[in-house]
Design a protein around this ligand. Sequence first.
Ligand code: AR6
Length: 167
Amino acid sequence: MVDVVQGDITQLKVDGIVTSANESLMGGGGVDKAVHRAAGPGLLQECMKIGLCNPGQAVITNAHWLEVQKIIHTVGPIWEGGGYGEEGVLRSCYRAALQLAQEHQLAHIALPCIAAGVYEFPGELAARIAVEEVRAFMASNAIPQRVTFCCFQDQDLAHYQAALADG
Ligand code: AR6
């Protein structure tokens, strides 16, 4: 099952949440700031031990103060016009995050609009890619059983609703 909600991803009752980090994993703005704030300082300490994460890849940590089992951290592409492989990197983010969810048996995960904030990936295309990659992964993997897209802004919600209505 794939669905979409609007709100703060740190408030969702799911098995795992995904955050949109930067390569340093040291926290930042947007959704990553909210996740670090809600999870507490232990998350930063765990991230420091991991070190760097390249764009398109993902790492998994404990959830610390958050009442989910795990936090998956992925690093999206910075949008530079679309000619620098940004789409491929974003697709890779979804695949890497879903792969970790499967390996850790997270039945229900929530995903934010990766790269569609500070990294300025166009929202409509980002939503289409997110829905395509999640559907493709779920078609050939039993876990996760449920993926919830968590949109913060009205515009993103509209993009996801449109993308989910297609196909
Ligand atoms: N819950 C769900 N979604 C949220 C929340 C929240 N609490 N807060 C913001 N969003 P962004 P990026 C949405 O900028 O574009 C950070 O500084 C937001 O509306 O968080 O991948 C990192 O450290 C947008 O749709 O991530 C990196 O440096 C989406 O989350 C950089 O930003 C993603 O926006 C990553 O940029």
